[in-house]
Design a protein around this ligand. Structure first.
Ligand code: ATP
Ligand code: MG
Length: 594
């Protein structure tokens, strides 16, 4: 079976390759997950052999201890996407076996995020939403079974002793003095652990595997520990909690998962995954075939951090304004920033599935976003840094309507209209007192076309005592109105945008940029806070064409010449939308010199 992708063999270990000298993938791979990839090869093979009939059942197993981020989006895309491609189903399972940090707030946000990304866990009228905490009884009974079969024992060493006797990569572990306790003693102790007779850390339950295994994960891993912590779902019903490696594989088996897709850091845990399932199958409580764990490389995006712990730090230390701050790489943050689910899926598709850990250039996501946004949102004129332009020969108290296409490439979507009047806002950078050579926009004596309006010629400027320009004066040419007969005999190079002063919608606009200045903010254990971009959020008061006032939360627009913007879903109120810059029209990001 050919299981190669992107010149990558499936047995490649993490970190062995990098695509460029910096390890950053800058162009899209042509290997979408709907096309061939090593996971699809495995599934196709299983379907041919009839291992699972034709059933494909995957799962996305977040721990509800934080908000999902762009890395999780990749996992969601892979798990739900593959199941969907094969007519199967992907379970949404909360891996909630860690009572300390889990909360229903996170459960709800995860449900929202998966839905928003366009995925669903229903099939044939059945909902596949699960909680590992629903399996506590079974997990406990299976642990008793392992004890009875001599495959697990209660260890009464403390955490430190267990850690030090586990050995190293080069030295085997040392068996615990409690390793040879009889099943009866172990069972009695385990029951007393569960009954709350011991304090935290006094005893643990360990699988009895192989203290000499070259794989440290196989050296009698802990499978239950005592915790007197309230669980957000089971309350204080339990004071012993299963460990991830034990609970995860059994949850997969109980849900009849066929292919358990996870990231590469679990590769060394696979033998343990298989060991638990094989032992329980031997004991007659699970049946073959058993779910298969398959690893793929995690998504690392430049300029982004995808560690939940570090994201939490950003929120708690108030470097950002919460989990849904539009600068955050969380799904709620990306959504609020104005990213579309389509663009995130497109990026996931294009980055493909591999077995090598690498960095994906953030521009790949931005390119997917621009591609998706180019066709959809309407155009709007916005002046972000206003300068007043006064047309001296235009009658006072007069106005007239100008029109522009809603979308220049889709005339069928109609036109939008906005008034022209004697006083307009133009962009400060569209006027220059000392124009450099080749400057085509406004300067004294020069003519420009006011986009969708008239040709004007600059006659004078008004300044304050500090030499600051207050207003620019012009005369206009009444026969030059765009779209009217003869208007194109004006041969004008410069074309600038404007909005009418008395009619403009005055709005708060947040100009967001990347949260970090450096492509790998936390590489090499560096303090990522030092890489924070202090200019990642700038708030301006802008003037927009009047129609923008009707925007509803999450409505998007292309502000002509500026980029894509979205009406903020949190701070917008009816008739008073606040806008976030999603992304500029072209990438203007300065790459660090190499
Ligand atoms: P932690 O376990 O440290 O809290 P986590 O990022 O692993 O953080 P989980 O909730 O366990 O969070 O993740 C759910 C799933 O998402 C896991 O299967 C995990 O492998 C996957 N995942 C997490 N980060 C990425 C990433 N950057 N790329 C791809 N998949 C990811
Ligand atoms: Mg995890």
């Amino acid at each position: 079976m050919n299981i190669e992708l992107n010149n990558t063999r499936s047995d490649t270990k993490p970190g062995q390759h990098s695509h460029t000298s910096t390890g950053v993938i800058t162009s899209a791979s042509n290997e979408p997950t709907t096309a061939s990839n090593f996971i699809r090869h495995i599934i196709d093979h299983d379907n041919q052999s009839g291992k699972w009939g034709q059933r494909v059942e995957t799962r996305f197993p977040p721990e509800p201890n934080g908000y999902l981020h762009i890395g999780h989006a990749k996992s969601i895309y892979v798990n739900f996407g593959i199941a969907r491609n094969y007519g199967g189903v992907c379970h949404l399972r909360f891996d909630d076996t860690n009572p300390e940090k889990e909360d229903v707030e996170y459960v709800n946000s995860i449900i929202d995020a998966v839905r928003w990304l366009g995925f669903d866990w229903h099939k044939d009228g059945r909902e596949h939403l699960y909680f590992a905490s629903d399996y506590y009884d079974k997990l406990y009974a299976f642990a008793e079974l392992l004890i009875r079969r001599g495959k697990a024992y209660v260890d009464s060493q403390n955490t430190e002793q267990i850690r030090t006797t586990r050995g190293t990569l080069t030295e085997p572990g040392t068996p615990s003095p409690y390793r040879s306790r009889s099943p009866e003693k172990n069972l009695a102790l385990f029951h007393r652990m569960r009954a709350g007779e011991f304090s935290e850390g006094e005893h643990v339950l360990r699988a009895k595997i192989d203290m000499g295994s070259p794989n440290i994960n196989m050296r009698d891993p802990v499978i239950y520990r005592i915790r007197f912590t309230n669980h957000y779902r089971t309350g204080n019903t339990w004071c012993v909690y299963p460990m991830y490696d034990y609970a995860h594989c059994i949850s997969d088996a109980l849900e009849n998962i066929t292919h358990s897709l996870c990231t590469l850091e679990f590769e060394n845990h696979r033998p343990l995954y298989q060991w638990f399932l094989a032992e329980l199958a031997d004991a007659g409580v699970l049946t073959h075939p058993l779910p298969q764990q398959i690893e793929f490389s995690r998504l690392n995006l430049t300029y982004v951090i995808t560690s939940k712990r570090k994201l939490l730090q950003l929120v708690e230390e108030k470097h950002v304004d919460g989990w849904d701050d539009p600068r955050m790489p969380t799904i709620v943050g990306l959504r609020r920033r104005g990213f579309t689910p389509e663009s995130i899926r497109l990026m996931c598709e294009r980055t493909g599935l591999t077995k090598i850990n690498s960095w994906i250039d953030f521009e790949l996501l931005e390119a997917a976003l621009r591609e998706d946004l180019d066709e959809k949102p309407p155009r709007v004129i916005a002046v972000l840094d206003p300068l007043k332009l006064i047309i001296d020969n235009y009658p006072k108290d007069c106005e007239e309507i100008c029109s522009a296409p809603v979308h220049p490439r889709h005339p069928d979507r109609g036109i939008r209209t906005f008034p022209f009047s004697r006083e307009l806002w133009i962009e400060r950078e569209d006027f220059n007192e000392n124009p450099p050579k080749g400057y085509f926009r406004l300067f004294q004596g020069n003519r420009v076309r006011l986009r969708y309006g008239f040709v004007v010629e600059c006659t004078s400027i008004e300044k304050d005592d500090h030499n600051h320009i207050l207003a620019v004066h012009c005369n206009y040419f009444p026969d030059s109105k765009s779209g009217t007969q003869g208007s194109n005999h004006y041969k004008i190079k410069g074309n600038i945008h404007w909005v009418s002063v008395p009619h403009a919608y005055r709005a708060e606009v947040r100009l967001y940029d990347r949260l970090f200045k450096e492509p790998q903010p936390d590489a090499g254990g560096r303090n990522f806070l030092e890489a924070l971009n202090p200019n990642a959020k700038r708030v301006v008061t802008a003037y927009l064409e009047p129609g923008a006032q009707k925007f509803l939360p999450e409505d998007r627009a292309q502000f002509e010449r500026h980029g894509y913007f979205v009406a903020d879903r949190v701070n917008s109120v009816p008739g008073q939308p606040v806008f976030n810059r999603i992304v500029s029209l072209r990438s203007s990001w300065m790459k660090p010199k190499s």
